[in-house]
Design a protein around this ligand. Structure first.
Ligand code: ZN
Length: 305
């Protein structure tokens, strides 16, 4: 299968495993029931998963239409092994969809335990589910929207406007100083000892590189002089696309923290990071995240205790 990656970094959750078959979405038969249909149930960032014989997590594809009588759109995720893979988002608890036998797992927590081939399907299903969950009514007139084009377009019944899935660009950057130390911070929203590299959303009218420089200046008060793009990763919780950067600041510089966002931040040498992990002073993001890939990229291998 194709293995399309950013220019420098091995980014997790980016293996292109299934054929999205986007050109077939216009055929309504592609989201009709049939023997070649398999269904993947999602709910607010969770996907229906199963453990395979080796203990790895895979998507749990169902052969029967799980909607029962519920009126919910199906999304054509693509084809695999001659089968049509259709995603169904559970919007509200219902007798049909609330099957206690389903194992719905939060992908943010378990994506790194998934078979890579399946993580791609599950992330797309969760992303489209989040969109269908949030876009029920026309933002222009408030009328109901109806799914078209294999669930990838919503059209207003009243004014006919088309609405498309959105992705919010966010930059995430490993900031290094002239001594090759890495900046790690604890956001005020982070739990416990959790530390990561800085990140933030791209603002309208801004380039990605400017977003990196602005976020670093805002959050820790230092001026980035050089940035380098390394790769991207979908992070559909609910709809982000993470764009990863290495960034450099000249010389060792003092940090000025934006207090309502950054609880702690400091520069780490590799030895200091290793010691902080052993002493359990800090905890890093899990290996499914681009943040962790950026930290490991700087560290020169997996930064583990
Ligand atoms: Zn409308």
């Amino acid at each position: 299968m194709a293995n399309l990656r950013g220019p420098h970094l091995h980014t997790p959750l980016t293996l292109l495993s299934s054929d999205r078959d986007a050109l077939s979405r216009v055929d309504p038969a592609m989201v009709a029931p049939g023997e070649d249909a398999r269904y993947l149930v999602t709910r607010a960032g969770e996907a229906s998963l199963r453990e395979d014989e080796s203990g790895a997590l895979r998507v749990a594809l169902e052969t029967a239409d799980p909607r029962g009588g519920a009126h919910q759109p199906l999304v054509l995720l693509g084809r695999r092994d001659g089968l049509r893979i259709l995603a169904v988002e559970i919007l509200e608890p219902s007798a049909e969809l609330d099957d206690p036998g389903r194992d719905l797992r939060d992908l943010r927590r378990v994506a790194d335990l998934m078979v890579p081939d399946d993580a791609d399907l599950a992330l797309t299903a969760v992303a489209m589910g989040a969109w269908h969950r949030s876009m029920r009514f026309c933002p222009l007139c408030g009328e109901m929207l109806e799914a078209e084009v294999g669930g990838w377009v919503l059209r207003c019944r009243e004014d006919g406007t088309e609405h498309f899935p959105r992705t919010d660009a966010a930059v995430i950057m490993a900031v290094r100083d002239s001594e090759d130390r890495l900046l790690l911070a604890r956001n005020t929203n982070f739990r416990g000892r959790f530390h990561s590299v800085l990140a933030g959303f791209v603002e309208p009218g801004e380039s990605l590189e400017n977003a990196v420089a602005r976020e670093v200046a805002e959050e820790v008060g230092v001026t980035v002089e050089e940035v380098e793009y390394v790769g991207s990763q979908p992070w559909p919780f609910p709809r982000s696309l993470m764009l990863g950067y290495r960034a450099w600041v000249p010389g060792p510089v003092e940090l000025t923290l934006q207090e309502d966002e950054i609880a702690e931040a400091r520069w780490f040498t590799r030895e200091e990071l290793a010691a902080a992990l052993v002493a359990e002073e800090i905890e890093l993001p899990n290996t499914a995240s681009l943040g962790r890939a950026l930290i490991d990229d700087w560290y020169g291998g997996p930064a583990e205790v």
